[in-house]
Each structure stands twice: as C-alpha cells, then as structure tokens.
Design a protein around this ligand. Structure first.
Ligand SMILES: N[C@@H](CCC(=O)N[C@@H](CS)C(=O)NCC(=O)O)C(=O)O
Length: 231
C-alpha cells in the first residue's frame, strides 16, 4: 500500500485509497481538465473537493502541494521514482498523457503540435478569457474605464477567430482528439458562464460551437465536468 504521509495535504483531505491518483480540484475550466483527462484515460483516481475559498486553496495543507494556491493539483502514488505531486493543469495533462500513453499523438510531430496548442491555451486562451470574465461578470465590471474590458474582449474575439480557422474541416484541434482539446474546449465553454457569448459573437461562429458541442457529448467529458462534485 502506497504511503502518502509525506504529503501534508493528505491530513486535511485524507486518501481513502492511497494506491490511486489523488485529485485536488474544483469543477472550473482549469479544474475539469484534470478530471476529464483521468476519465478519458481510464486511470484510477480519488477526487477531493478543494473550493476556491481562501480557507481551502490558501490553506497550509493545500499550499504544501501547490505553493501557487490554485487548483487543480494531483499526487500520483506510482510516479516514475515513487510518489509525486504536480500542479498546473497543463503539466498535469502532459504527465497523465505520458503515463497512460494516450492522447499525446501517435508521432513526434503530432506530439509537438499537441503541445503547441496546449501552450496556446495555457498562455493565451485561458488567461485572456479569465480576465474577460473578471471585467464582465465579476468585480471588474464596476470599473468605469472601458479600456480593460475592451482589451480582453478584443483579445478573446481574436483568439476565437484563430480557433475558428484552425478547426475548419476538422473535428479536433490536432489529429484524433488529444489533451489539447481537453485544455481548450472547457475554456470555450466558460463564455457561457461569463455571459459573454454575445459580446464575442460566439453564435456567428460555426466551427467553434460545433467543436464545443462535440467535446461535451463525449461520455467521459459529460461525467468529468462535475468532478469533484461541488454540491
Ligand atoms: N495556470 C493554472 C491556473 C489555475 C487556476 O487559475 N485555478 C483557479 C480556478 S480556475 C484557482 O484555483 N483560483 C483560486 C485562487 O486563485 O485563489 C492552471 O492551469 O492550473
């Protein structure tokens, strides 16, 4: 039986089965990337609900696994050299894809392209849409100066146009479904939550909405999008 006692987080969120991957998350676009990957790859795991309140993500227990106080994070008791903790959703996707041998492309070129689009999400799509959400739905909406709102709106529109073009004639962003899709599609879905679909002209697009629908119709995705159960 794996011993996870070296990870202080397991005191606050105890592992029922320490022999399987421990997931610490909340079902946001970044959080569900990890649960979607675990479900799609058929890896055994145990989800723990870590809310976005300071009492959870900024607790000493959570910071011991992710000093950057953000979900998702995992512990793999069966890492390459023994138990390993990992944070940053993109790093988790790459790690799980390498571990399972799935969704990272069949060739070195596919792998490079999948990594490229994963980075596009991590460095562009996610941060820009997240900031747009702040300025349209959350505290930023009360700021009178329209420039931050317009800046993130315009960047979101530009990024959506990039994806609309890339997805022309394709079901998935690279080849036959990959961790790049697991990163990108949950973020596109966040436009609904932010109430910004009209603002960015989402319904005037063709390929992007069809892609998001295709993604959420996958049984593993439909299941994982509420893991860990927030209720
Ligand atoms: N780059 C990080 C971002 C993760 C992130 O922003 N997580 C948010 C929820 S989507 C969070 O935990 N926020 C809590 C906080 O910042 O206090 C990743 O992709 O894992």
């Amino acid at each position: 039986m794996a011993d996870l006692s070296a990870f202080p987080i397991t005191k606050r969120w105890p592992a029922k089965d320490p022999s399987v991957i421990q997931l610490y998350s909340f079902p946001t676009p970044n959080g569900v990337k990890a649960s979607i990957a675990l479900e799609e790859m058929g890896l055994a795991y145990e989800p723990h609900l870590v809310t976005l309140s300071d009492a959870d993500v900024k607790s000493d227990a959570f910071l011991s696994l992710n000093p950057n106080n953000k979900i998702p994070a995992i512990i793999d008791p069966n890492g390459p050299d023994g138990p390993i903790g990992i944070f940053e959703s993109g790093a988790i996707l790459l790690y799980l894809a390498e571990k399972s041998g799935k969704f990272l492309g069949a060739t070195a070129s596919d792998k490079a392209k999948i990594t490229q689009w994963l980075m596009f999400q991590m460095g562009g799509l996610g941060p820009m849409l997240g900031q747009m959400g702040f300025f349209y739905k959350f505290a930023g909406k009360d700021i009178e100066d329209p420039r931050p709102r317009e800046r993130y709106r315009d960047e979101a529109i530009r990024l959506l146009a990039v994806l609309e073009k890339e997805l022309d004639g394709k079901d998935w962003i690279v080849g036959d479904y990959s961790i790049a899709d697991m990163a990108i599609a949950p973020w596109l879905n966040a436009l609904e939550f932010y109430g910004t679909k009209d603002v960015v002209g989402y319904n005037d697009l063709k390929n992007v909405p069809a892609y998001v629908e295709r993604f959420f119709a996958r049984p593993a995705v439909a299941k994982a999008k509420r893991i860990p159960d927030p209720s």
